[in-house]
Design a protein around this ligand. Structure first.
Ligand code: NAD
Length: 378
């Protein structure tokens, strides 16, 4: 599927390549990790080609788009590449970083905001700079959270497949009015604030929790409370905090027990924020009324791969038991880490990624909030 749009590369066209033969850019090889599907049927991430390849190659002619997910076993492929461009599920663990550094890689350019799979200490030790795209479209992610919430609350997947099959009955499709209900938003950064605006528009009361309170969130009508209070008093809980040691499994058994019976959980942030075993327990007991997930704890072995024509045994082998169970609940809705996937977001990702690699190659300051590890950020 081609998503190429004229405006996609408008901003990038401003980055004139000119005659690159003798320039830094002309000598700066960039390695772009796509998502290899081996041993399952290969499905190159077409949208990455469509949005990123042209702009990157225009700025850096020696760009290689490689259908491989980065890991210690694929890291040797990057030999001689100055920059490696990664996405959410690439493995930039200490072992991988060591191989990259030995190969001469000096920059990891994440084409996403989160960098929880990059061992930043290892990058510091090996002098590898890490940059990210701090913001590409918080609206895209917040709107997806809303879509998931609506769909899980009103059982839209079941209603849709039922009507396609000619069954127009209503049993099992009862939802609740969101108007007048309480939503708990954990993490009131860029995405959390976009969602607060949307939820307030629906007429919901919004409780918020963050380690750093935002005046904007408050002015949108959110009431800041302690995390336990939010968990215990919300009809819907939506997670928008980054994955760190302090946030891992913030939804655990204790949190599930604290929730209002029938609470809906939305997670478009990172899978590791939820202890899947605890969520499954809550779904079984009915304490959790439904879960809408764009991320999953162990998604790196599953997401961005196509198992649709794989044998049952291959699927069973690749999917862990908790994922199989999660998938089997009618009140669990899972999307494959696609919350960000709008044309606007992809264009912004391409623009920012090229800008980051250019900053590094030309020794210029990185755009605001893009540098994670590197000069002046160690
Ligand atoms: P952001 O940095 O603007 O906001 C994150 C907020 O979380 C900040 O306000 C921060 O103070 C807060 N926070 C940190 N620790 C916390 C804690 N212990 N408890 C509560 N809040 C805490 O980031 P953002 O752009 O809003 O993105 C949020 C997360 O969404 C990202 O970290 C990323 O993991 C995820 N994300 C997912 C997708 C997707 O496609 N599914 C796309 C983009 C981002």
């Amino acid at each position: 599927m081609s998503l190429a749009l004229p405006y996609t590369i408008r901003g990038l066209c401003e980055i004139k390549s000119g005659d690159l033969s003798g320039s830094v850019r002309g000598r700066f090889p960039v390695f772009v990790c796509l998502h290899a599907i081996h041993p399952v049927r290969a499905t190159p991430a077409r949208y990455v080609y469509d949005f990123l390849e042209g702009p990157l190659k225009q700025a850096f002619p020696h760009t290689s788009m490689v259908d491989a997910r980065l890991s210690p076993s694929t890291a040797p492929l990057t030999s001689g590449m100055d920059a490696v461009c990664l996405f959410v599920n690439d493995d930039a663990s200490a072992e991988t970083v060591e191989i990259l550094a030995a190969n001469g890689t000096r920059l990891i350019a994440m084409r996403c905001a989160g960098y929880d799979r990059v061992d930043v200490d290892a990058c510091r030790r090996h002098g590898v700079t890490v940059a990210r795209v701090p913001e590409y479209s918080p609206h895209a992610v917040a709107e997806h959270a809303l879509a998931l919430l609506m769909a899980v609350n009103r059982h839209l997947p079941a209603a849709h497949s039922r009507t396609r099959e000619g069954n127009f009955t209503l049993s099992g499709l009862v939802g609740v009015d969101l108007y007048g209900k309480t939503a708990g938003v954990v993490g009131t950064g860029k995405i959390g604030r976009c969602l607060i605006r949307i939820l307030r528009g629906l007429g919901m009361r919004v409780l918020a929790h963050d380690v750093a309170e935002s005046p904007e969130a408050r002015s949108l009508g959110a009431d800041y409370v302690e995390r336990d209070y939010l968990i215990a008093n919300s009809d819907v809980i939506s997670l928008h905090a980054p994955l760190m040691d302090s946030t891992r499994h913030m939804i655990d058994r204790r949190a599930v027990e604290l929730m209002r019976p029938g609470c809906l959980i939305v997670n478009v942030a990172r899978g590791g924020l939820i202890d899947t075993a605890a969520l499954l327990q809550g779904l079984k007991s009915g304490q959790v009324g439904g879960a809408a997930l764009d991320t999953y704890e162990k998604e790196d072995k599953i997401f961005f791969k196509d198992f649709s024509s794989s044998s049952m045994s291959k699927r069973m082998e690749a999917w862990d038991d908790e994922f199989k169970l999660l998938k089997s609940f009618p009140n669990v809705l899972i999307t494959p880490h696609s919350a960000f996937l709008t044309r606007e977001a992809l264009a912004n990702i391409a623009n920012s990624t090229v800008a980051n690699v250019l900053s590094f190659a030309e020794g210029k300051p990185f755009p605001e909030n893009a540098l994670v590890v590197g000069p002046g950020k160690n």
